[in-house]
Design a protein around this ligand. Structure first.
Ligand code: GAL
Length: 676
C-alpha cells in the first residue's frame, strides 16, 4: 500500500461521450488513479422500473481502465428516480410536522420504506453482477452521505419499524414504560401499537422516546447500508466497501457504523472563510482515523476551491487546497478525492468548484489540482507509518444526542463545541489526539479528556475510574455522569459515578445568560461563561475559584489524586487562555509532550513506522515562517536533506523523513522557530 488514491466524484452522465475522452486524458495529466462513478445515476441506469441501461457505464469503465484510472463504483441508490415516487408515493419521507417531501432534488426516500429497499437491493444486485469482474473496480461506494438531507422520516413505515426496533430493545411494553419513565405526565403505554415516533406534539416529548428515536434512526440507515453491503459481499467478496461520512455528523453513531465499513471515508468541507477552518479539518481527520483504531481512511470529497451551498462561498486562497489535502494525509488518509471532477453546466451545483473548471484545463484551480496529483506520487511511503497519539478525547454519540435534547439546564451547551474547545487547545500545543469510545481500552494513553459526558453507562463510568486509578490522567468537564443510558438521573449527588474519582460533588449548576461572564481566579485570571457548577470538595483541591455571585470563592477548576492517577475537573466553560492553561497543566501532569515553540498557526504531525519517523509541518498562515530543525531530515517531495532552518511559504507544507527514527517514541525534532 504505497499509492495514495487521487481523484474525485465523476459524473459523466452529465456530459456527451466526446467529453469523456478529454476527461481521461486530463485525469492522466493530473495523476488521477481513482474516480467515484454513478453516485447519482439511478435514473440513467434504470430509466423505468425493471429496464436497465448499462451500455454507457460499460463503455465508461472500459475507457477509464484503458487509461489506468480505477473505479470506486457507486451503488447509485442515493437519489431515487422520479418514477419510483410516482409508482410508490409511500416511499417518500415525511417530516415531523407531517409534510411529505417530494422529488426534484435528491435523497427523497424513507429509510424504512419496503419499496425503496426492494428496488435499491435489486439495482445493487444488477450493478454488482454486471461489474464484478471488471478490472477497473477497486472499491464499492455504497449510497452517498447517509442522513445528509433526510436522517429521519415520520411516515407509517418508519413508525412500524420503530416499534419493531423498540420491541427488540425492551422485549415488553412494561420494560419500555420503565425505561422511558412513562409514569410522568400519564404517558404509560398499554400496547405496542400505541407507541409512536416523536413527531409534532403539544410540548416537550418524552426525552427517552426522543433518545431512542435517534438511536433507531441511526440504525435504520445503517440497516440500509448493511443490506447493500451484504449483496456486494456475496457477489464480490474481494472488493472492499465504504460509504462517505459527513465529518463528525450527529445523526449517525459513527462508532457503530465504522464497524460495518471495510474502510472509513469522509467528506470534508471546512469553510475557507472561518479563521479556524484548518483546525476543524484536523479534528475531523483525527476522528476518521480513530473510528477504525488508526486504520487508513479516505478523504472521499472536498472542494477543489469554493462550494456553492453556503450563503457566502469563500475561495480557497492559493495553496490552501494543497494544505488541507496534505493535512488529511498527515493525519491518516490514504486517499485525497474531490467533489467533483468536471464542474457541472446545469443543476444546483454548477457554481461548486471542480477539478476541471468551466473554463476547462486552465486557471489556478486546475493547476493546483494537477500539481497536487503529481506531488502525492512522491509521498506514498508515508502510508507505511502510523499517526502516534499520547492523548485521547472521549467522544460519544449517545451523549451528544441526550445532551442536546430539550428541557436541559441550558440550551447553549453544545456537545461538538465543547469537544472542539479541548481539541483546539491541544492542536495549538501540537498534541495529536485519538478519539475513543467511553468504554474503550484507555491504557495506551497518558492523558484522557472527557468533555461533557452527560450520559454514561455503568461500564463506561467504571472504565474511566479504572483508567485513572491505574495511573492515568483524566480531565472531565461539567454536566458529566448525570444520566444513565435511559436519560434517567443517576441519583446520589452529581456527578454520581464520578464523585470518588474527582473528589467532589456538584450541589447545583447555574446556567449563565448569553453574554454574562464570570472571572475565575487561580494562578492567573480567566474569563468563564455558559455554566457554573456549585462544587463541594470531597478531597479534591481547587485550582481556580469563581469570584462573583453567591458561589464566589467556591471552586471552578479542581484536581484530585485518585489511586495512582490524577483527575482534573472543569466546572465551567473557560476562555481560550483558560483552556490553554488547564490543558498545559494536564499534559504536564500526564507527561504528554507539547510543542509550543512553533510559530502560531504552524501544525506538526508525527508518524512512526518500524523503521522511520516522519514529521509533517503545515503552515496555516498567509505568511512565510521559519522553523529550525534539531536534526537532519529528508523532504519527501523534493528528496532533499534539510538541516537547520527550514522556510515554509504561506500555506506551505513539508513531509519530512527523520534521519534518526526513534521507533515507538514520539520524536521532538523541532528546536525553535520564528516568524519572518
Ligand atoms: C456532498 C455530496 C456531493 C456534493 C457535495 C457538494 O455533501 O456528497 O454529492 O453535493 O456535497 O459540496
Amino acid at each position: 500500500m504505497t499509492e495514495i488514491f487521487y481523484g474525485g466524484d465523476y459524473n459523466p452522465e452529465q456530459w456527451p461521450e466526446t467529453v469523456w475522452h478529454e476527461d481521461v486524458k486530463l485525469m492522466q495529466e493530473a495523476g488521477v488513479n481513482l474516480v467515484s462513478v454513478a453516485i447519482f445515476a439511478w435514473s440513467k441506469l434504470e430509466p423505468e422500473e425493471g429496464r436497465y441501461d448499462f451500455g454507457w457505464l460499460d463503455r465508461l469503465l472500459d475507457l477509464l481502465h484503458r487509461h489506468g484510472v480505477g473505479v470506486c463504483l457507486a451503488t447509485a441508490t442515493a437519489a431515487p428516480p422520479p418514477w419510483l415516487a410516482r409508482t410508490y408515493p409511500q416511499s417518500l419521507p415525511v417530516t415531523a410536522q407531517g409534510v411529505r417531501l417530494g422529488v426534484g432534488s435528491r435523497q427523497q426516500y424513507s429509510p424504512s420504506s419496503p419499496d425503496y429497499k426492494r428496488l435499491a437491493a435489486k439495482l445493487v444486485r444488477e450493478i454488482a453482477t454486471r461489474y464484478k469482474d471488471h478490472p477497473a473496480l477497486k472499491l464499492w461506494h455504497v449510497n452517498n452521505e447517509y442522513g445528509c438531507h433526510v436522517s429521519e422520516s415520520f411516515d407509517d413505515n418508519s413508525a412500524q419499524a420503530f416499534r419493531v426496533w423498540l420491541r427488540e430493545r425492551y422485549g415488553t411494553v412494561e420494560a419500555l414504560n420503565e425505561a422511558w419513565g412513562t409514569s410522568f405526565w400519564s404517558q404509560a403505554y398499554g400496547a405496542w401499537d400505541e407507541v409512536t415516533p416523536p413527531a409534532a406534539a403539544p410540548t416537550f416529548l418524552n426525552p427517552t422516546q426522543q433518545l431512542d428515536w435517534r438511536r433507531f434512526c441511526s440504525d435504520a440507515l445503517l440497516s440500509l447500508y448493511r443490506m447493500e453491503r451484504e449483496i456486494l459481499r456475496n457477489i464480490t467478496p474481494g472488493i472492499p466497501a465504504t460509504t462517505n461520512f459527513i465529518g463528525v455528523h450527529k445523526p449517525l453513531d459513527e462508532w457503530r457504523w465504522a464497524q460495518e465499513l471495510d474502510v472509513v471515508s469522509n467528506d470534508a468541507y471546512p469553510d475557507p472563510g472561518a479563521y479556524d477552518a484548518g483546525i476543524y479539518a484536523a479534528f475531523q481527520s483525527d476522528m476518521m482515523r480513530s473510528l477504525k483504531a488508526g486504520a487508513p481512511w479516505i478523504l472521499m470529497e472536498q472542494a477543489p476551491n469554493q462550494v456553492q451551498w453556503r450563503a457566502r462561498n469563500s475561495l480557497k486562497p492559493p495553496g490552501v487546497m494543497r494544505l488541507w489535502s496534505l493535512q488529511a494525509v498527515a493525519r491518516g488518509a490514504r486517499g485525497v478525492m474531490f467533489f467533483q471532477w468536471r464542474q457541472s453546466k446545469a443543476g444546483a451545483e454548477k457554481f461548486h468548484s471542480a477539478m476541471v473548471p468551466h473554463a476547462g484545463a486552465e486557471g489556478r484551480t486546475w493547476r493546483e489540482v494537477r500539481d497536487l496529483g503529481q506531488e502525492l506520487r512522491q509521498l506514498g511511503e508515508v502510508l507505511k507509518s502510523r499517526v502516534q497519539a499520547e492523548a485521547a478525547i472521549v467522544f460519544d454519540w449517545e451523549t451528544w444526542w441526550a445532551l442536546e435534547l430539550d428541557a436541559r439546564p441550558s440550551a447553549d451547551v453544545r456537545y461538538l463545541e465543547q469537544v472542539y474547545s479541548y481539541y483546539a487547545a491541544l492542536w495549538h500545543r501540537n498534541v495529536t489526539v485519538d478519539f475513543v469510545k467511553p468504554d474503550a481500552d484507555l491504557s495506551p494513553y497518558k492523558l484522557v479528556l472527557v468533555p461533557n459526558l452527560y450520559l454514561v453507562k455503568d461500564e463506561a463510568a467504571a472504565n474511566l475510574e479504572r483508567y485513572t486509578e491505574a495511573g492515568g490522567t483524566l480531565a472531565l468537564s461539567f454536566f458529566s455522569g448525570i444520566v444513565d443510558e435511559n436519560d434517567q438521573v443517576r441519583l446520589g449527588g452529581y456527578p454520581a459515578p464520578f464523585r470518588k474519582l474527582l473528589g467532589l460533588s456538584v450541589e447545583e449548576f447555574d446556567a449563565l445568560p448569553v453574554g454574562v461572564t464570570h472571572t475565575v481566579r487561580g494562578e492567573q485570571e480567566f474569563s468563564a461563561d455558559l455554566w457554573a457548577d456549585v462544587i463541594a470538595l470531597e478531597g479534591a483541591e481547587p485550582l481556580a475559584t469563581f469570584t462573583e455571585g453567591f458561589y464566589a470563592r467556591r471552586p471552578a477548576v479542581t484536581q484530585h489524586s485518585f489511586g495512582k492517577g490524577k483527575s482534573f475537573y472543569l466546572g465551567t466553560r473557560l476562555d481560550g487562555a483558560g483552556m490553554a492553561w488547564l490543558l498545559e497543566k494536564a499534559c504536564q501532569t500526564a507527561g504528554v509532550d507539547t510543542t509550543t515553540n512553533l510559530p502560531e498557526g504552524v501544525e506538526a504531525v508525527r508518524r512512526v513506522s518500524d523503521g522511520a519517523g516522519y514529521l509533517t509541518l503545515l503552515n496555516h498562515t498567509d505568511k512565510s515562517v521559519q522553523v529550525e530543525l534539531s536534526e537532519a531530515a529528508t523532504d519527501l517531495a523534493q528528496g532533499e536533506t534539510q538541516v537547520g532552518e527550514l522556510t515554509l511559504p504561506p500555506y506551505g507544507v513539508t513531509f519530512l523523513r527523520l534521519q534518526q527514527p526513534a521507533a515507538g517514541t514520539a520524536p521532538t525534532p523541532v528546536k525553535g522557530a520564528k516568524l519572518d
